[in-house]
Design a protein around this ligand. Structure first.
Ligand SMILES: [Zn+2]
Length: 79
């Protein structure tokens, strides 16, 4: 099962048009039971591309916090 962090990252790729079928399946499984991610997706899809960066600042606090923690971890492990 994917975490919210995984899901948000995949969503960003998916909505730009690139996602393997297998990944999309896991994504849908997570979305079927995770309200914060569903809200994020719903808002994101209604937002023009140029506004997506601004939207990232408006995502639910819980998702935002987890995403930032996740990114920090990724950045650390990459350096
Ligand atoms: Zn989620």
């Amino acid at each position: 099962m994917y975490t919210c962090e995984d899901t948000i990252n995949l969503l960003l790729d998916y909505l730009d048009g690139e996602m393997p079928l297998e990944e999309a399946k896991h994504l849908k499984e997570h979305l079927s039971g995770c309200a914060p991610c569903i809200d994020f997706l719903r808002t994101y899809r209604a937002t023009p591309g140029l506004c997506r960066r601004a939207l990232a600042e408006k995502m639910p606090q819980e998702v935002s916090t987890k995403l930032m923690e996740f990114l920090r971890t990724r950045i650390k492990s990459a350096s």
